[in-house]
Design a protein around this ligand. Structure first.
Ligand SMILES: *Cc1c(COP(=O)(O)O)cnc(C)c1O
Length: 355
């Protein structure tokens, strides 16, 4: 399939102050769009000027939430090259999410080609400053124009790009998180391991309650027994307990993060043991009580690695590593961002140049 390119006749001014970019508020000149129909499959792949989408008021996504998305970044490396980090993993994951949500899969090679073409066309939008990046948001939604509930017969796939500021403009500050014991994010057999919009919609309430109490994010427990640690709002979670690194095993309700996977591969390549297993709240509480909770960090594309400074369990508040970033957290941050920014070798072949 060819990709038709319709250039934006009125390109926007690039933001003059990269320090004020923030996250997800500024968009580039172009977007990728493609349609799918039952029977004909994917067709009409185009790069078009960035602009509003037009939706029928009965469109499936507006009523039944048939939506999945991805998040990855393009980096401008020191040598000027623009690169992506493991984009094949994002494409494989959107296809797994698609299967769960009854949406059609993408051709992985074509989807990668489309990502590269779009980023290459808007390459001038990739910011230059330390820690900045071009955030890439692919998404897919059901767009049938009637209200019956059934598998989608018309679907759209869109990719938009947003230059984003440094997540750690003010330095790597540890975040405070709290155990959420009322709402749950996901259950096995539900949509927890799919990256779908509805998971986020349903988690907003807990996030806002946490914010009111002064916490950046919630730490979710499993939806069945509410005994085991699952993940943070938009990040997976890892701990160093009594000298050993561990993270909750993927169990069907945890989102399989690409940063999580990369950290596990990185550690194991260095001969460092990293356990994927059930981690109970009781175990975590005991470790926090007896001083063996050495470090805790979240991991995801946006922050890469985000140290946890304080952890609230019920009424008790535990400070981890004196509220400062720990040595393992710092090392993982340096190694992963080093590969992404081209400051370190990439022995894994994770970096994919855009052109
Ligand atoms: C996207 C996401 C993550 C992190 O995944 P990465 O691929 O590392 O960015 C973790 N948890 C949830 C719920 C997510 O949506």
């Amino acid at each position: 399939m060819d990709i038709e390119i319709i250039r934006n006749p009125n390109p926007a001014e690039k933001p003059a102050d990269e320090g004020k970019l923030g996250f997800g508020r500024v968009f580039t000149d172009h977007m990728f769009v493609m349609d799918w129909n039952k029977g004909t499959g994917w067709h009409d792949a185009k790069i078009v000027p960035f602009g509003n989408l037009s939706l029928h008021p009965a469109s499936t996504v507006l009523h039944y939430g048939s939506e999945i998305f991805e998040g990855l970044k393009a980096y401008r490396q020191a040598n000027g090259k623009i690169v992506l980090f493991r984009p094949q993993e994002n494409i494989a994951r959107i296809n797994r999410s698609a299967i769960r949500m009854g949406l059609p899969e993408l051709d992985p090679d074509f989807a990668l080609e489309a990502l590269k073409k779009l980023v290459a066309l808007d390459a001038d939008w990739v910011p230059h400053g330390e820690g900045t990046s071009l955030y890439i948001r692919p998404f897919m939604f059901g767009d049938d124009e009637h209200l019956g509930v059934h598998g989608s017969r018309h679907v759209r796939y869109v990719v938009i790009l947003s230059p984003s500021g440094s997540y750690y403009a003010a330095g790597i500050n540890p975040v405070d998180i709290m155990i959420e014991d009322a709402d749950v994010r996901a259950v096995r057999g539900g949509t927890g391991e799919a990256k779908c919009g509805g998971n986020y919609g349903a988690s907003v309430r807990a996030g806002e309650r946490a914010e009111e109490r002064g916490y950046a994010q919630v730490l979710w427990l499993d939806g069945v027994e509410r005994k085991y640690i699952e993940e943070v709002g938009s990040m997976n979670i890892m701990f160093k307990i009594n000298g050993k690194i561990c993270t909750p095993a993927l169990n069907g309700s945890i989102l399989p993060g690409i940063t999580r996977k990369s950290i596990l591969e990185l550690l194991r390549s260095q001969g460092i043991e990293a356990e994927e297993r059930k981690i109970s709240l009781d175990e975590l509480t005991a470790a926090a009580e007896n001083g063996t909770l050495d470090e805790a960090w979240g991991c995801g594309t946006a922050a890469v690695v985000s140290p946890v400074g304080r952890l609230a369990i019920g009424e008790k508040i535990y400070t981890i590593n004196g509220g400062k970033i720990g040595p393992v957290t710092q090392k993982l941050y340096d190694e992963l961002t080093g590969i992404q920014w081209g400051k370190r070798d990439d022995p894994f072949g994770w970096i994919v140049p855009v052109v």
